[in-house]
Design a protein around this ligand. Structure first.
Ligand SMILES: *Cc1c(COP(=O)(O)O)cnc(C)c1O
Length: 491
């Protein structure tokens, strides 16, 4: 049984731990401080994948330096960094170093945040963070919530609560509604919960990409007349495509009148409530029964960090409470209401869960809410700047103006050729990836391709945007020339 080799206990000795830790910290600080000097996209090298994919099982251990070196050489080099100041694609996650260090603490101390008596301090911190989010968005005192991995699971959790509380679990003939701009995880969440595809009605959005209330009302009446049971409206506060916000107050009124559940997907946009003026567009969000809010999108946390808030905190345990004899001794100590509410294993999908609230708590305390507000405000301003730069350049059409730090646009050739506009807009994304200075992504709106710039990284500078718009203009002109040449060659 005796072993002198610390590795047999999966340990490193103290000096080695320090060396490894310092080495990693040096890597991370060097990276974080100099990010904008690196290309935003990485070249794919299938040969390195192949080497990793075909590696034999590592029966014998190796030096951590070699493994770290392999990580740097073969893994890190093929990763796009969502926190790069010129990563404008999808929804960036700009992260912050304090939050990342908090993740390290949560991980090394291996904090298990599922049962109040086992990790009281952690449970209290998570509860406090949920309380902060509740206050920020204006939900009532009775509200509660839980941290989850991301918007996908937050939406699934919210919809599971809707199914339990609103339908008492009886899904027959039940119908939910959202716009065609809702994130696909709404449909997926309902599917996971056992709803048939026809139990979700996707209402075509209006010209501003918002859920049209009159059409929704008509669909609800139609469904009721057909003997169906409308039960839930899944609104979006900040669509992924354009940042459009559904008319939340009108939807809340409608839900009240019709006795429906209002779920709001604010995965991206909910954070905008920290902006005093621009956040007013979210008015009515606080009336949601359930609300999704990703902290890894616009509250600057490292992935994965999201919260789902519920208007009445008892709904979570009513949905997720179970019993297990092997946990009953631990539960004994949390019979009072406070403890009950902080037994997070009964408030959501996971039993074993890590302490992801720590990064939110620590970074908010270190930087302060005022800095977070300013960072959010900056996101709005950067998108407004991007919009004006694009307008000034003269060869772009703004499709949706800056909202929620998102602007969408299309290339506008001088001759007004729509086919050419479509091709250039579509191909520009690839050209930007190859160029490596800045990265944007495309989506389709009303059947046409648009480029999106999402500017929610507070470390993006005005100069980053200016250069990005210049480079995009140059790449687009090159593409236009190439396409015209190809057309001419084809006769
Ligand atoms: C990103 C996003 C999601 C999905 O959230 P994840 O954190 O990626 O799981 C859902 N809804 C909206 C509106 C989003 O922007």
């Amino acid at each position: 049984m005796r072993s002198s080799n610390p590795r047999d206990q999966l340990k490193l000795d103290a000096d080695e731990m320090r060396e490894m830790g310092y080495r990693i910290i040096d890597m991370l600080v060097d990276y974080t401080g100099a990010q904008s000097q690196f290309p935003v996209t990485r070249a794919l090298d299938h040969a390195t994948f192949e080497e990793i994919l075909t590696e034999p099982l590592p029966e014998a251990g190796a030096d951590w330096r070699d493994v770290l070196e392999q990580f740097e050489r073969q893994v890190l080099t093929t990763i796009d960094h969502l926190d790069h100041p010129r990563f404008f694609a999808y929804i960036p996650s700009s992260s912050n170093f304090v939050g990342a260090m908090a993740d390290t603490l949560a991980s090394v101390y291996n904090i298990f945040n599922a049962l109040y008596p086992l990790g009281t301090g952690a449970a209290v911190v998570e509860r406090a963070c949920i309380g902060w989010l509740r206050k920020l968005c204006g939900m009532p005192k009775e509200a509660g919530g839980i941290f989850v991995s991301g918007g996908s699971v937050a939406n699934l959790t919210g919809l599971a609560v809707a199914r339990q509380i609103q339908l008492n679990g009886d899904m027959r003939h039940a119908v939910a509604y959202c716009s065609d701009q809702a994130h696909f995880v709404i449909a997926r969440g309902l599917r996971i919960l056992g709803f048939a595809p026809e139990q979700l009605r996707e209402i075509p959005a209006d010209a501003d990409f918002r859920l049209p209330v009159a059409e929704l009302e008509r669909a609800i009446a139609e469904d009721r007349a057909a003997g169906k049971r409308p039960f839930c409206v899944a609104a979006t506060a900040g669509t992924t495509n354009t940042g459009a916000v559904d008319p939340l107050n009108d939807l809340a009124d409608l839900c009240e009148r019709e006795g429906l559940w209002l779920h709001v997907d604010g995965a991206y946009g909910a954070s905008a409530c920290l902006s005093q003026y621009r956040g007013q567009v979210l008015s009515g969000m606080e009336r949601a029964h359930t609300l999704t809010w990703d902290a890894h999108k616009w509250m600057f946390q490292p992935v994965e960090c999201s919260a789902v808030l519920v208007r009445d905190r008892h709904w979570l345990s009513e949905t997720f409470k179970d019993t297990a004899h092997f946990l009953s001794d631990a539960e004994l100590h949390s019979k009072d209401e406070v403890g009950e509410e902080m037994n997070f294993m009964y408030q959501g999908i996971q039993l074993t869960r890590y302490f992801r609230a720590l990064k939110f708590w620590m970074s908010l305390k270190v930087f302060g809410l005022a800095a977070v507000r300013a960072a959010i405000e900056r996101g709005f301003e950067l998108a407004e700047l991007a919009e004006s730069l694009l307008r000034d350049a003269g060869h772009w059409t703004i499709v949706t103006p800056a909202q929620m730090a998102i602007v969408t646009f299309r290339y506008q050739p001088a001759n007004g050729d729509e086919m050419l506009a479509e091709r250039v807009t579509d191909e520009l994304q690839g050209a930007m990836a190859a160029n490596g200075f800045a990265f944007a992504s495309t989506t389709k709106l009303h059947g046409k391709t648009v480029l999106r710039l999402v500017t929610n990284n507070p470390r993006t500078t005005a100069s980053d945007l200016r250069q990005t718009v210049q480079i995009m203009g140059r790449l687009a002109a090159d593409l236009e020339r190439q396409l015209n040449d190809r057309r001419a060659a084809a006769g």
